[in-house]
Design a protein. Structure first.
Length: 588
């Protein structure tokens, strides 16, 4: 509940920041609406009673008062609606931006890969409308409750028995809560199905995946499966809605019976001359009003419940990157990076990917990691770059545990290319410039990185990339070179030189000639990095590249099988020597 109040305060502050004057006007109109509704009811009673008593003056006052209240209600209703749309829309935009920033500022990637985490922040996005409307649903609820108190007071002034009408709101409340819970559970259960369905549809429309799907004619089957998932989620939600509606209908039947009884009570009071016809009109008006007030309270509670469901996810996300504090990494590496008994298991996986890895990456050296597919090479790179945190053991940088360093600052001292390099479909200047956003507009530096990586410059730095955006679509190898250009820009323009350069299969998409050219670049790069004391970690299946490294590590099923220089490993005549000889023979 404390989290709910804190979020309400946060959203209220956001609302005031987005439109202080509009928010104040809206609050006044919402509160004033309660008085307007009471004035309409009272004017009806006066109108009937004064007409019966022949008091012309009273009738005029009641008519004018009633007309004014009605006019106010309808005019302000429109203004209220528009102000609400305006304010909630603005706050929603700001909130989505904040959530987006939070998601992208987390230095690790578990929240982007692990399904339960993805579902959590997706639910926040889906509830952003309800979250942005929180101050107004809260105010609506308070005003509706106050209105209820006034209505009940007016009913009691006719007969205390009529107060029981308000008690019939309790079954309504309970039924509503049940309906909310049913819907919430159905939605929670459907989030995963929905995610699967979206991914299956993506496979049919994203060019990379669609190509294969078309080749195997699997599109129809995938769409059928996606439809089945969607239908399962939709049916679950519909069943939950129907069950909730049944509960609510039963509660409204109870309320309608109470209303009929109230009319009978008033009819008897009139027959016994204990009240006026005006009072009967007031009861009808109040009972109708009570009904709409109860509806407002219930609707507000439904929206509040939807927001409430997202509250825990919201604070989870806010607290997620809490440990971004930490010491800055050393200006230059003196000793290097060391892995001490490092083990790693992906969240939700049944077995470890890395087991008990002890490895020293000396400062100023190039270390190559080799191994079969799935051996754990890229995973090791992800641990080095802090994208994942080891499940066992730890890493140290010049003897300081990586967990004690600021993840953001550590990130700023890394460079390189990941195996699944990004195809950033932006303008060429931006595609490379995001390597160091501070220099995204520094054309000559970007052009230099492009040239050094041998990447294409197309029609200049402002060329738009990506066929889906009407731009040029680079080939796979050209995309990889652009990723390299990004890394080079980072290395040459960083305020401090990188401490660790990771190159995870950086030439996999390149032709042999290009690989040869780029290899020269790596050698130069490693030399520069060496001068700056950086560790260069290279993952490659091409042993001609690997043999140039100062130290070679052979991984097998998440364990280090052997390590040493090329000469050491060849002399040892182990798995490395065997693979090297095989490749050499194949290329001869
Ligand atoms: N995000 C992930 N979630 C769960 N398991 C993963 C994830 N990424 C990789 N794995 C698993 O970890 C193991 C090692 O994968 P990794 O990508 O590190 O291998 P690799 O040695 O780089 O292989 P390759 O040579 O094919 O690139 C594999 O069995 C893979 O299924």
């Amino acid at each position: 509940m404390r989290d709910w109040w804190r979020l309400l305060a946060h959203i209220t502050r956001l609302t005031l920041r987005e439109g202080r004057r509009s928010a104040v006007v809206l609050a006044v109109l919402v509160v004033g609406q309660a008085g307007v509704i009471a004035a309409m009811g009272l004017s009806q009673r006066e109108l009937v009673d004064d007409s019966a008593a022949g008091a012309a003056g009273g009738v005029v006052v009641a008519v004018v008062g009633g007309a004014l209240a009605y006019a106010m209600s309808s005019v302000t209703g429109r203004v209220r609606g528009n102000l609400l749309i305006y304010l909630v829309g603005r706050v929603r935009g700001r909130l989505s931006e904040q959530i987006q920033r939070l998601v992208s500022s987390i230095p690790t990637i578990t929240h982007l890969e692990h399904a339960p985490h993805i579902d959590r922040w997706n639910r926040i996005f889906n509830s952003s409308q309800a979250l942005s409307a929180m101050p107004w649903t809260a105010l609506d609820s308070v005003v509706a409750v106050l209105g209820l108190v006034v209505t009940v007071g007016l009913l009691a002034s006719i007969s205390p028995v009529l107060c029981l009408l308000a008690a019939l709101g309790v079954p309504l409340l309970l039924a509503n809560r049940r309906a909310d819970r049913l819907l919430r559970d159905a939605r929670d259960a459907g989030t995963e199905l929905q995610r699967h369905e979206e991914r299956l549809h993506e496979m049919c429309v994203q060019p990379e995946m669609a190509k294969e799907v078309m080749l195997t004619d699997g599109g129809a089957a995938l769409n059928r499966r996606a439809l089945e998932l969607w239908e399962t989620a939709a049916v679950r939600e519909s069943v939950a809605r129907l069950r909730g509606a049944a509960w609510q209908t039963a509660a409204w039947v109870v309320y309608a019976s109470g209303f009929a009884l109230a009319i009978i009570v008033v009819a008897r009071l009139i027959r016994d001359d204990r009240t006026t016809v005006g009072a009967a009109v007031l009861v009808v008006s109040l009972a109708t009003q009570l009904q709409s007030q109860l509806r407002t309270v219930l609707d507000s509670l439904t929206v509040a419940a939807e927001a409430g469901q997202a509250v825990s996810h919201y604070w989870w996300l806010r607290r997620y990157p809490a440990d971004t504090a930490g010491a800055p990494p050393p200006p230059v590496l003196a000793d290097g990076i060391t892995l001490h008994g490092v083990g790693f298991r992906y969240p939700g996986a049944e077995a470890n990917t890395l087991h008990d890895v002890d490895l020293h990456l000396p400062a100023g050296r190039t270390v190559a990691i080799v191994g079969a597919n799935g051996a754990g090479k890229s995973t090791l790179i992800k641990l080095l770059t802090g994208l994942h945190v080891p499940s066992a053991g730890h890493l140290t940088v010049d003897g300081v545990p990586l967990t004690e360093l600021s993840p953001v600052q550590w990130n700023a001292r890394l460079a390189g290319v990941h195996q699944d390099f990004a195809r950033l479909r932006l303008r060429l200047r931006e595609t490379v410039g995001v390597g160091n956003v501070r220099h995204i507009r520094t054309g000559p530096l970007i052009a230099d990185s492009i040239a050094r990586a041998g990447a294409p410059s197309f029609d200049g730095l402002e060329s738009r990339l990506g066929a889906p955006f009407g731009g040029i679509e680079p080939s796979l190898g050209q995309w990889q070179r652009l990723a390299l250009a990004r890394s080079l820009l980072r290395e040459t323009t960083a305020a401090r030189p990188p401490l660790c350069v990771v190159l995870d299969e950086p030439t996999a998409a390149l032709d042999p000639l290009a690989e040869h050219e780029l290899f020269q670049l790596f050698v130069d790069q490693a030399r520069t990095a060496r001068l700056a004391g950086a560790v260069t970690v290279l993952v490659s299946h091409r042993f001609t590249t690997v043999r140039m490294a100062d130290h070679i590590v052979v991984l097998d099923q998440g364990r280090i099988l052997e390590q040493g220089t090329h000469a050491d490993l060849m002399t040892a005549a182990g798995p490395y020597a065997e693979l090297y000889t095989l490749q050499e023979r194949a290329y001869r």
